[in-house]
Design a protein around this ligand. Structure first.
Ligand SMILES: *[C@@H]1O[C@H](CO)[C@@H](O)[C@H](O)[C@H]1NC(C)=O
Ligand SMILES: *[C@@H]1O[C@H](CO)[C@@H](O)[C@H](O)[C@H]1NC(C)=O
Ligand SMILES: *[C@@H]1O[C@H](CO)[C@@H](O)[C@H](O)[C@H]1NC(C)=O
Ligand SMILES: *[C@@H]1O[C@H](CO)[C@@H](O)[C@H](O)[C@H]1NC(C)=O
Ligand SMILES: *[C@@H]1O[C@H](CO)[C@@H](O)[C@H](O)[C@H]1NC(C)=O
Ligand SMILES: *[C@@H]1O[C@H](CO)[C@@H](O)[C@H](O)[C@H]1NC(C)=O
Length: 693
């Protein structure tokens, strides 16, 4: 009877929900991959769910690269064991039945029925744009709540563990671990061979994992081989409070670091829950080049300015759970409300973009214990999958809207490392640097000037972002501190942007091309932006006049070369009548409120997009059928409302199609929906572009 009822209920819910994923409801849709614990480039746990959907206990979570992350969950209900997370090979349990899966901006929430009890499994990765201490915590929450599904009261305990797979992809790596007890139970584990600032397979070979829960009545722990520890819970509904000190390789009898929590008698009206925190901490975090090119500063997480120990930080993080949950719900609601004013499809896209964007960043300070310099805040961002570059200018630019929407100050913290480095004079080129280091977390600059060459792209980006930051905040200190560089980059644009040489743009996967219409206009708008900066903030009317008259005359020439001879659209490259382009750089005019581009260009392009829309959008340019969500949404700032909505619909169709099982990819085929290796990149922050107009 009960089984029939559950099946009937899930059928009804399935029919009500859309799109359909397997036999549980998916809200708002089945995500390609659900963010589980996504807070830094190295705390990035996901749950892939390709077409049809995968229940939380049908597979293991994965690191963003696809490497397995052992993260197990069991519950014991009136003596019967159920699994709710991961795919363990131990025996004597049944799988709880997934009832629903949901994602919001900050949370992924799964409900599974474990016999007569419903388990709500919530993965909360906080986004704390206003609180630098909390934003810098490299921790995430797992909460497991149990309530009675049949009205009777039930005896429930829950279990969870992690394996050493969170430390390295190479399972032969030797690890060790300790368990500390006190107000909080914490398992700390790390690689025995620590290598500062070094990655292997996308992991950082430095620092430690921390898995914790509050040491309340009914909390138990155990370390040992996965089979022994999981079976112990399945048999006993609790753990033995014992430690395995036979330190060994990750895959040598698979050591796990486990907790169990008794939730006692659970009724319908009094659900009980247990909270766990998971994190990866290293110190120093970033190696940052100094003003001599020889020495480097080791920068630390911002939270050290408030907490002198990791255990203090974890205790605060765990104690803060219900407040953090309220703040998360408020942030989810704020984004949902704002984005829904455009469309509910748009709100879904925004929600899936948030953790991925912030999860590529880390907030740091300089100093040392007792003498932290909280005035020296720098934020670092990893390009993630396209390569490991540090603070890439043409990654910050597409991602920019997420930071501007939530706290523009974060934009300043992202730009400052680039500005400080170029102010040292160590970068030899006269254009703006592409990034601050070839591989995260080493921000060692490019003293040889051999960074990926995107001169017009990055000069335009830097000027445009600095004006945008200044206009939004009214804080002119940033532009006032770097006038020489701004002018140098503007001069570079004056000399080079009208007829661009064979340069790369941010869509570098399509290779370089001379005379690119979309690149040229970024530079021309940059010159116009520089005239605004000169006039409004640098008190330099003479430069302002000169820049604005140059920009105006360049615009005339650009209209001549950029528009096709039949006056139907912008071409990809001057003179090539069979080419076309998603002219996303026109959005810089809207972003900055310049009113510089004639409306006729916008309507021309709107009509062209409308007539040439493929199933999943409009390709970046006519060289390939690849497009990207964030550049379509940036472009939607410049189009008619109907094209804006068509772009949003196309992106929504694609991301909900089940064709991908990776973190949000920003590069997919506009017709087939197949995607490239670009995944988990922070550029999806650009999906918020329509919120910052
Ligand atoms: C499974 O449960 C049965 C019955 O309780 C027990 O005899 C058996 O030892 C258990 N097997 C394992 C692997 O724990
Ligand atoms: C574990 O390895 C680290 C890094 O080599 C070392 O500093 C630490 O003392 C070791 N801990 C234990 C418990 O062996
Ligand atoms: C430690 O790791 C580094 C970086 O992966 C490697 O080069 C080195 O050989 C390792 N050392 C030992 C003793 O395994
Ligand atoms: C509840 O379950 C736990 C663990 O399975 C067990 O130790 C305890 O005796 C049970 N309590 C009751 C009241 O049945
Ligand atoms: C760019 O276009 C201009 C005008 O047609 C032309 O003179 C110039 O040779 C082109 N530049 C390149 C690098 O092809
Ligand atoms: C014009 O553009 C199309 C599409 O981008 C390209 O295939 C073609 O080779 C270009 N023609 C010339 C003459 O460069």
């Amino acid at each position: 009877m009960v089984v029939t009822w559950i099946l009937t209920l899930s059928v009804i819910l399935t029919l009500l929900a859309f799109p359909v994923a397997s036999d549980w409801t998916s809200t708002p849709f089945n995500a390609p991959s659900y963010p589980l614990a996504v807070r830094t480039p190295y705390l990035s746990a996901w749950f892939p769910s390709p077409e049809g959907g995968v229940a939380l206990n049908q597979a293991w979570p994965e690191f963003w690269t696809g490497a397995t992350l052992g993260w197990a969950g069991f519950a014991k209900v009136d003596g019967v064991a159920y699994s709710f997370l991961g795919e363990s090979s131990v025996t004597n349990f049944t799988k709880a039945t997934q009832v629903s899966a949901e994602f919001t901006s900050t949370r992924s929430i799964f409900v599974l029925s474990a016999g007569p009890v419903d388990l709500t499994v919530t993965f909360l990765s906080p986004i704390e744009p206003e609180d630098l201490v909390k934003q810098s915590f490299p921790f995430s929450y797992l909460s497991v709540s149990a309530s009675s599904g049949d009205g009777s009261s039930h005896n429930v305990s829950v279990y969870t563990d992690i394996t050493g797979e969170w430390l390295a992809t190479d399972h032969t790596a030797a690890i060790n671990w300790t368990t500390t007890t006190g107000d909080v139970l914490t398992h700390q584990s790390q690689l025995k061979n620590q290598t500062e600032y070094t990655e292997g397979d996308g992991r950082i070979l430095q620092g430690s994992m921390f898995y914790s829960t509050r040491n309340v009545d009914g909390a138990t722990y155990q370390t040992g081989s996965s089979t022994v520890v999981r079976s112990y819970f399945i048999s006993n509904g609790k753990l033995a409070n014992t430690r395995d000190t036979n330190y060994r390789a990750i895959d040598n009898n698979w050591p796990v670091f486990a907790f169990a929590r008794s939730l006692g008698q659970v009724t319908k009206d009094t659900p009980q829950y247990a909270v766990f925190s998971i994190g990866h901490v290293r110190d120093p975090v970033i190696k940052y080049i100094q003003n001599n090119g020889v020495t480097f500063e080791g920068r630390s997480y911002y939270f050290w300015s408030t907490y002198s120990t990791i255990s203090g930080a974890i205790t605060a993080f765990l104690s803060d759970y219900s407040e953090a949950l309220s703040r998360a719900k408020a942030l989810d609601e704020k984004l949902q409300t704002a984005a829904s004013s455009i469309s509910s499809d748009y709100a879904d896209i925004v929600a899936l973009s948030m953790r991925q964007t912030f999860g590529a960043t880390e907030l740091t300070i300089s100093g040392s214990p007792g003498a932290w310099n909280t005035d020296d805040v720098l934020m670092f961002i990893k390009e993630i999958s396209s390569d490991g570059n540090v603070n890439t200018v043409d990654i910050i630019m597409p991602a920019w809207p997420a930071f501007m929407y939530l706290n523009p100050k974060l934009g300043e913290y992202l730009l400052l490392p680039l500005l400080q480095y170029q102010a040292t004079g160590q970068y030899p080129n006269k254009w703006a640097v592409h990034d601050l280091g070839a591989h995260y977390p080493i921000a060692d600059g490019h003293d040889q000037g051999l960074d990926e060459k995107m001169p017009i792209e990055e000069c335009g980006n830097m000027i445009n972002m600095m004006l945008d930051y200044t206009q939004r905040t009214g804080d002119a200190s940033l532009v006032k501190a770097y006038p020489i560089h701004l002018n140098q980059w503007a001069e570079y644009l004056v000399a080079n942007t009208l007829f661009p040489a064979n340069q790369l743009t941010t869509v570098d996967f399509d290779g370089p091309l001379p005379n690119q219409t979309n690149l040229a206009i970024k530079g021309i708008i940059g010159i116009q932006a520089m005239s605004v900066i000169s006039r409004k903030y640098l008190d330099d009317a003479e430069s302002a006049d000169s820049y604005s008259s140059i920009a105006a005359s360049y615009l005339k020439t650009w209209l001549n070369y950029g528009i096709s001879s039949d006056d139907t659209h912008l071409v990809l490259e001057y003179g090539n009548q069979t080419s076309n382009v998603l002219a996303f750089n026109l959005a810089m005019d809207k972003l900055l409120g310049l009113n510089f581009i004639p409306d006729s260009v916008y309507s021309l392009q709107s009509t062209y997009y409308e007539n040439h829309l493929a199933k999943y959008g409009f390709a970046l340019d006519s060289r390939s059928t690849y497009t990207s969500s964030e550049w379509m949404i940036w472009t939607a700032m410049t189009t008619s409302t109907s094209i804006r909505d068509s772009f949003i619909k196309a992106i929504h169709n694609w991301v909900s199609s089940g064709k991908s099982k990776t973190p949000f990819t920003d590069r997919f085929d506009d017709a087939t929906g197949s995607s490239s290796a670009n995944k988990n990149r922070p550029v999806v922050g650009g999906n918020l572009a329509l919120l910052i107009l």
